[in-house]
Design a protein around this ligand. Structure first.
Ligand code: ADP
Length: 317
């Protein structure tokens, strides 16, 4: 696995709930190459965040393995995992929630460097120089050095969140809806910044979003999730030009800007995503799928390679 940075192998994360066993992530496998971006898309509640968190071992997996740089990490002790934390980071949707309202921009970025013991408080001048450098890298004006989070807009707050992660010099970053709370114009700026940082530092991203248009230009490959399962996986361009699974077609139909090249067959989604508690065998999308037949609910539908590199889990494809 020469340039595979992350290998996810039959990963499952189930939660015990009063209503039964909730299959949040149900048998997901993929390889992610160093320096590339894998987009993970699907409606809210389909398991995207749980997938990201289970890969990082913020949640313990129920089954399956994760290999990071060839090393199996699901069985590592917490202590060994701690050593890997700097390499494997996460950027959240709402950095405001994770930013201390009483800290200034420079203190928040410095905190990240101090917690991971990259600098000590005694190294004041070097620490300040590195904070300035990180602010510059994420496009935060030096004038904001003493500003507090509530004085900044969402885009600038997300830039602080990115600087705090970048401070650790990670290799792999789970980006969990990092632009979903931002205005569209600011979204583009943050996406451009993330792309630039990826190019400069060779970062590898798992980019989670419910909005397919966000990952269109950023991703190498995209996986589409439905109720914990992967229903389609393809290179980004291919997924947009030749969507195969009716669910992917429905997601593409929902993108507001019409583009004659994309979403060939318009499929409208009916109803809501149901809960993945004790799911029945068969295609989990069948209830909402306009093309479903009896055969769709008889047995689980495996993911098949339909054309080279393009996988779909649908018997009608
Ligand atoms: P997404 O990121 O796609 O919105 P999530 O991964 O947050 O989806 O959630 C997937 C499913 O797992 C949902 O049904 C959610 O309610 C459930 N879930 C997530 N976290 C927990 C938890 N800690 N305990 C129980 N259920 C959870």
């Amino acid at each position: 696995m020469a340039d595979v940075l992350l290998r996810v192998n039959h990963l499952k994360k189930y939660f015990d709930t009063p209503g039964g066993t909730l299959h949040a992530v149900d048998d997901i496998s993929f390889d992610l190459k160093r320096g590339e971006t894998l987009g993970v898309v699907g409606e809210s509640g389909c398991g995207k965040s749980t997938l990201g968190r289970t890969i990082l071992r913020l949640y313990e997996p129920t089954e399956g393995d994760v290999y990071f740089e060839g090393q199996e990490i699901t069985s590592l002790s917490n202590k060994s995992m701690k050593a890997l934390r700097r390499d494997m980071q996460i950027i959240f949707q709402d950095p405001f929630a994770s930013l201390n309202p009483r800290m200034t921009v420079s203190e928040m970025i410095a905190e990240s460097l101090l917690i991971q013991k990259i600098f000590t408080r005694k190294q004041g001048p070097q620490l300040r120089a590195r904070v300035s450098e990180l602010m510059d890298l994420v496009g935060l004006s030096p004038k904001l050095i003493n500003s507090y989070p509530h004085e900044l807009d969402g885009g600038r707050r997300q830039r602080i969140g990115i600087a705090r992660v970048l401070a650790l010099d990670p290799k792999f970053v789970v980006c969990d809806e990092p632009v979903s709370a931002l205005d569209v114009s600011i979204q583009a700026q943050i996406l451009n910044l993330m792309q630039d940082l990826q190019d400069e530092f060779g970062l590898t991203y798992l980019f989670i979003t419910h909005d397919l248009s966000v990952v269109k230009h950023l991703s190498n490959d995209i996986i589409v999730m439905y109720l914990g399962q992967m229903v389609e996986k393809a290179p980004a361009k291919e997924l947009f030009s030749h969507p195969m699974h009716p669910y992917t077609k429905a997601l593409l139909s929902a993108i507001p800007v019409p583009d004659p090249d994309y979403a060939v067959d318009r499929v409208l989604l009916k109803g809501e995503l149901t809960s993945p508690i004790d799911p029945l065998p068969g295609c989990r999308f069948a209830k909402r799928c306009p093309f479903a037949t009896e055969a769709c609910t008889k047995a689980d539908i495996p993911l098949r390679e339909i054309t080279p590199g393009h996988f779909a889990a649908c018997i009608l494809v």
